[in-house]
Ligand binder design. Structure first.
Ligand SMILES: *Cc1c(COP(=O)(O)O)cnc(C)c1O
Length: 455
């Protein structure tokens, strides 16, 4: 028998001692060590103690990296679904900590001292923002869609929708699936590239509960394409007495074309003005707030949705309401202030940063990085907005282009992801790119420190 086979499996306690401080809760560390030892028991030979320790350490490092934590976004994608979509503004953060850490008037009427209703004030502000009669809020836009479908198709089950809009939106979520989940019956009309008003007219019948339009927020079609305007559809739906709902997806409030390279994204107020009965959109895409689904439009429809028993399952908690209230108030304040047309919303600030400002930051960072075994260049690139929004827009941007001399580009990328805080970027043409448009200026030093720490 070899020596290796004689070596005994180390005790959990001995490994825990050798690990020292891990930064993770002890029960999690203990369970990781036990799992590692169980795996070793299945091996033919028992590895050396150091090898066991390395194995456990790498499992713990991977656990540490999977904790939710801040990440520096060097990808240039402003609304990156994998990186948490829109970062919140300072006012929203202040509201979160003030309301979250204390009791609050979530459902308490401070005027009467009696039970109050949740979100009244926010709903009023949202309605103003969307120039609608009324508005409400649920957990996300997918939830908003399900609620709308359940409400309007409970008696008449059919939803009329164009084949060109049976799309997949963020996170493997398909419109046809959501229709089915909601118990609605899909009535597809037209062709992928063309749907006419006549198609809608013919399809709307006694069983039609809803006409749904889904904004193509994450792709675009070009060439031989046509579909009726929102106004035409609204007029038809009104004539046929069927509710008409538009899922806008990204929920831009400001005129996005004011940012260079960005095209116009239909706003909720435009939808309402064009005669849509209800619009719905996400809170954490172009609006720049917390994750939520906002529904705005006709008062009687909003009231009906709020009475639907399913609404209770989708309602937002105090933290979301607090953060959204602060976000919406900054929009309303900026609308009243002609001298500051953009609210202080991080994603809007990122969209508006000039190339000169980005280049100046890149120059400073390159100076700070002098002497490292890397080749550095200021690169110009096009970044996308992401998050299933504005697929046709391309923002010019500035990136640090890094070619390491002592490791591969992939290795550099992996080590930056393991840095604290982690830095995410993109690899292309043998270089690692850190796009500065999505890096907060206050994080420039952290990027410099992360790179210095690697060499
Ligand atoms: C993103 C998107 C949704 C889903 O929104 P969530 O808030 O992520 O649930 C729905 N519809 C459209 C058109 C979208 O772009």
């Amino acid at each position: 028998m070899s020596k290796q086979k004689l070596r005994s499996i180390p005790a959990v306690e001995k490994i825990l001692q050798a690990l020292g401080e891990t930064g993770l809760p002890r029960p999690l560390v203990v369970s990781t060590v036990r799992e590692a030892l169980a795996a070793i028991r299945k091996e033919k030979a028992v590895p050396k103690f150091d090898a066991v320790l390395n194995y456990v350490n790498s499992a713990l490092a991977s656990l540490r990296r999977s904790r939710i934590q801040p990440v520096i976004n060097g990808t240039g994608v402003i609304i990156h679904t994998n990186l948490g979509r829109a970062p919140l503004g300072i006012d929203a953060i202040d509201a979160l900590s003030a309301v979250g850490a204390r009791y609050n008037n979530l459902e308490y009427d401070l005027s009467s001292g009696k039970r109050g209703s949740r979100g009244d004030y926010l709903e009023k502000c949202l309605a103003l923002l969307c120039k609608a009669e009324a508005a409400t809020i649920v957990n996300n836009c997918a939830a908003a869609l399900v609620l709308i479908l359940r409400q309007f198709t409970s008696v008449k089950p059919e939803v009329v929708i164009s084949r060109g809009e049976l799309v997949q939106i963020g996170g493997g979520f398909r419109i046809p699936d959501i229709l089915e989940t909601s118990g609605a019956r899909l009535k597809e009309i037209g062709a992928t590239n063309k749907t006419s008003l006549r198609d809608y007219e013919r399809a709307i019948g006694k069983e039609t509960g809803l006409v749904l339009k889904v904004h193509r927020s994450n792709f675009f079609m070009d060439g031989f394409v046509a579909s009726p305007s929102t106004e035409e559809l609204a007029a038809l739906a009104r004539k046929k007495r069927v509710p008409f709902v538009e899922d806008l997806g990204s929920g831009a409030i400001v005129a996005t074309e004011r940012f260079e390279g960005v095209e116009h994204e239909p706003t909720p107020a435009e939808g309402v003005r064009r005669g849509v009965d209800l619009v719905c959109f996400s809170g954490d895409k172009l609006l720049g707030g917390p994750q939520a689904g906002i529904i705005a439009g006709k008062r009687r429809h909003i009231a009906a949705l709020k009475k639907n028993p399913f609404f209770r399952a989708l309602r937002c908690d105090k933290l979301i309401l607090a953060a959204m209230q602060a976000t919406v108030e900054s929009y309303l304040n900026s609308q009243a202030d002609k001298s500051a047309p953009n609210p202080s919303i991080p994603i809007l600030e990122m969209l508006g940063v000039s190339m000169e400002a980005l280049e100046a930051r890149a120059g400073k960072m390159i100076e700070a990085l002098a002497g490292l075994p890397i080749r550095l260049k200021i690169g110009r690139r096009q970044s996308t907005i992401g998050g299933g929004t504005l697929p046709r827009s391309a923002l010019s941007s500035v990136a640090l282009e890094i070619a390491p001399e002592t490791m591969t580009t992939q290795e550099l990328a992996a080590r930056l992801r393991a840095a604290s805080p982690p830095v995410a970027g993109s690899v292309g043409a043998g270089k690692f790119h850190i796009d500065l448009r999505t890096v907060f200026p206050r994080q420039d030093q952290e990027v410099v420190d992360a790179l210095k720490g690697l060499f």
